[in-house]
Design a protein around this ligand. Structure first.
Ligand SMILES: [Zn+2]
Ligand SMILES: [Zn+2]
Length: 275
């Protein structure tokens, strides 16, 4: 465990990039071999949009990373945050509690709010416009959403009192987990069901990408599924009933054009009835 902590304390940027690119490549190969849905789409055009939005997400997070560092250092120096207030415990338990709480505040809570607060939904809906969810969809976030998520990550670090190695550990697991839950792969149903008791499984997150309510407003979890189960937002829908996309933007010229996707948050908002 100590080796893991020291690895994440000083994880080189090159390793982080390698995990991101390597993960997408591996899941992309698996998707090709064992796809859940046989999409007929321009795979590179689709991936191009998602890679651009992944790139802007990385750029925003990279240029603001110093804020995370400063926040984390401040919590440790001032003995602030849940982890600092808890009694001494084994390192693995400390890490597990930290990861769970970072997942709650920096991922579950912000995601829930993005669905419930109209202004935040304007940005988040770009993630939902994808009609061919695959491993490249994981970080399809409008730059505005990347900033919103960054604010909540910072808030999470502050409340949790998370040391930087834990933040890096969380972000690394989160990258791979996101690629996994979006990948166009079909696990045996029983295995997927079993996984969904602990972590967000591919089938579980696919329900969140169903084009219509109430399913769009379910399964907000990122790494751990426990928050959806505790807060009653866990839903199931069989794979053959899932239709990707969002009911307000069903036209391909709107949901499959980068230019338009970037503009959507600043256009007039629609409800499903008048789309
Ligand atoms: Zn969502
Ligand atoms: Zn998603």
């Amino acid at each position: 465990m100590n080796e893991i902590v020291s690895y994440f304390s000083a994880i080189p940027s090159s390793h982080r990039s390698l995990i991101l690119v390597g993960g997408i490549t591996i899941f992309w190969l698996i998707e090709n071999a064992f796809p859940l849905f046989k999409f007929t789409y321009k795979k590179w055009h689709h991936a191009g949009i998602n890679f651009f939005l992944t790139f802007t997400t990385i750029l925003i997070n990279f240029s603001l990373a110093f804020i995370l560092l400063k926040t984390s250092d401040w919590t440790i120096a001032n003995n602030f945050g849940v982890l600092q207030w808890l009694p001494t415990m084994p390192l693995w338990l400390y890490a597990l509690i930290g990861l769970l709480l970072l997942d709650l505040i920096g991922a579950y809570l912000v995601h829930l709010m993005e669905h419930k607060v109209k202004f935040l939904w304007r940005f988040h809906l770009i993630h939902h416009t994808d009609t061919w969810v695959d491993t490249t969809s994981g970080n399809r976030h409008h730059p505005g959403e990347s900033v919103i998520r960054f604010v909540f990550t910072t808030l999470g670090i502050l409340i949790v009192g998370a040391p930087m190695w834990l933040v890096f550990m969380y972000q690394t697991i989160s990258v791979v987990s996101t690629q996994f839950t979006h990948a166009n792969i079909a696990l045996p149903k029983k295995f997927d069901d079993f996984l969904s008791y602990f972590i967000v499984s591919p089938d579980m997150h696919k329900v969140h990408h169903h084009y219509a309510l109430p399913y769009t407003d379910s399964n907000y979890g990122n790494i751990f599924s426990v928050w959806d189960r505790i807060f009653g937002t866990f839903m199931t829908l069989s794979k053959d009933k899932v239709i990707y996309g969002i009911d307000t933007y069903i036209k391909p010229e709107e949901n499959n054009q980068l230019n338009n996707l970037l503009k959507i948050p600043f256009q007039e908002q629609r409800s499903a009835e008048n789309s």
